[in-house]
Design a protein around this ligand. Structure first.
Ligand code: URA
Length: 423
């Protein structure tokens, strides 16, 4: 088999054969296909697409590139959720302990933020002492002790995706439905969860900007999961405005803890409860309602055990920014626009995200939103507070917010932020 023949097949709009796919993924993982050849193949896939059969085979080959985890030693069913990424999307933090408090086990392998979307591991690392890297045995120990674990995927899990994702990130080939679907599902299937709820984000702050693309991505992933015996369902949820009020790292941990304490912004609480109920139903676990587990403190108990089991101090003060800059409402009226992408880029430029994989993040950096679209505001009231370690970060963050925030006396632009159950 020859890399150039495979590239030409896809470049010319053909379907790749099973043999071509198996060979390309395996050869790339072993280093037998050069990075520039895989970049060219990824671009051909982005431009010409893949059939469902090709995506299924590609995913299978990525799973086979590494190990598969096995949770059969646990005495309760496993269930997980994956978000395709957004701005202020801290849902995993309250969700994993909440679902564990209701009787399922949650083995959640999470990622780091890249670009304008935040990463669960970066957020959790703002808790002093908390460790993202665990061995498989340590994962099992935390699952047994707390019922939920959130950690980084080990090097042995879907190594083909690890390499390919890093390559796609620097070659403009992230926004491809077949490549996103196979990337996410290879990791989730290799992770060994019995049930999976996909939170497919749609809107300016998401990879999928239209509902039609989000639906196609969701249906592709549900089909792959189902074929592999994982009970998989997907929701399409809005990512046109930030989720909750906090965007960043430590500020999102603080907001998640508010939710676990029975408070927090209503959109975060609503999405957390919706996903928790779906995860429990997919795992076949019935009994405690998640809303009760938020009220009676049992979800908070799991959170504290889970954080402590990974070396973190759940009572430690979170990092706070040295510098703060308030963006005030320019006039009185209704906040009609708070664009997720603009706020995400601002948080990233403040230091909450990284431009390259190896860059450190600032745990204290981020944005606090004081109003949501639809809220009445008065001239001069704070709309946003920007947090940074260094005030030289503010001008570029403010540039990202140009056109992202508007106040009007009309409510025409104010689209409702809705959950759309899909399958
Ligand atoms: N998340 C992933 O894990 N992979 C992608 O390709 C996009 C989002």
């Amino acid at each position: 088999m020859d890399a150039i023949d495979v590239i030409r097949s896809k470049r010319d709009g053909g379907a790749l054969t099973d043999e071509q796919i198996d060979w390309a993924v395996d050869a790339y993982t072993r280093g037998a296909i050069a990075e520039e050849q895989m970049a060219s193949l990824a671009m051909a896939i982005l431009l010409n697409g893949m059939s469902r059969a090709e995506v299924a085979r590609w995913t299978e080959a990525m799973i086979r590139s590494g190990e598969r985890m096995d949770w059969s030693a646990l005495d309760r069913p496993t269930t997980d959720k994956h978000s395709t990424g957004g701005v202020g999307d801290k849902i995993t933090l309250p969700l994993a302990p909440l679902v564990a408090a209701c009787g399922a086990a949650v083995p959640q392998l999470s990622g780091r933020g890249l670009g304008h979307t935040g990463g669960t591991l970066d957020k959790l690392e703002s808790i002093p002492g908390w460790r993202a890297s665990l061995s498989n045995t340590e994962m099992l120990d935390v699952l047994r002790a707390a019922g939920a674990v959130i950690c980084a995927a080990g090097g042995g899990l879907a190594p083909a995706d690890r390499k390919l994702y890093a390559l796609r990130d620097v070659t403009g080939t992230v926004e491809s439905i077949p490549l996103i679907a196979s990337s996410i599902m290879s990791k989730k299937i290799a992770e060994g969860t019995g049930a999976l709820v996909l939170d497919v984000k749609v809107g300016s702050g998401a990879f999928m900007k239209t509902a039609a693309d989000a639906r196609e991505l969701a249906e592709t992933m549900v089909a792959i999961g189902t074929d592999h015996g994982v009970r998989t369902i997907a929701l399409l949820t809005a990512m046109d405005r930030p989720l909750g009020n906090a965007v960043g790292n430590a500020v999102e941990v603080a907001e998640s803890v508010e939710v676990l304490a029975g408070g927090g912004p209503s959109d975060v609480v609503e999405l957390t409860l919706t996903l928790a109920r779906e995860m429990l139903a997919a795992a076949g676990v019935s009994g405690k309602d998640p809303a009760d587990a938020l009220k009676d403190g049992s979800a908070m108990d799991v959170w504290r055990r889970m954080i402590a089991a990974q070396g973190g101090d759940p009572d430690a003060a979170l990092p706070a920014a040295r510098e703060n800059h308030v963006v005030a409402a320019p006039s009185s009226g209704v906040l009609t626009r708070l664009d997720a992408y603009g706020v995400g880029v601002a948080a990233w430029r403040l230091g909450a995200g990284r431009a390259r994989k190896e860059d450190p993040v600032s745990f204290a950096a981020g944005v606090t939103c004081h109003a949501k679209p639809g809220d009445a505001v008065t001239a001069g009231q704070p709309l946003l507070t920007l947090h940074a370690d260094d005030e030289s970060r503010f001008p570029r963050a403010l540039e990202a917010l140009e056109g992202a925030v508007s106040v009007s006396t009309s409510t025409e632009e104010n689209g409702a932020s809705d959950l759309h159950p899909l399958v």
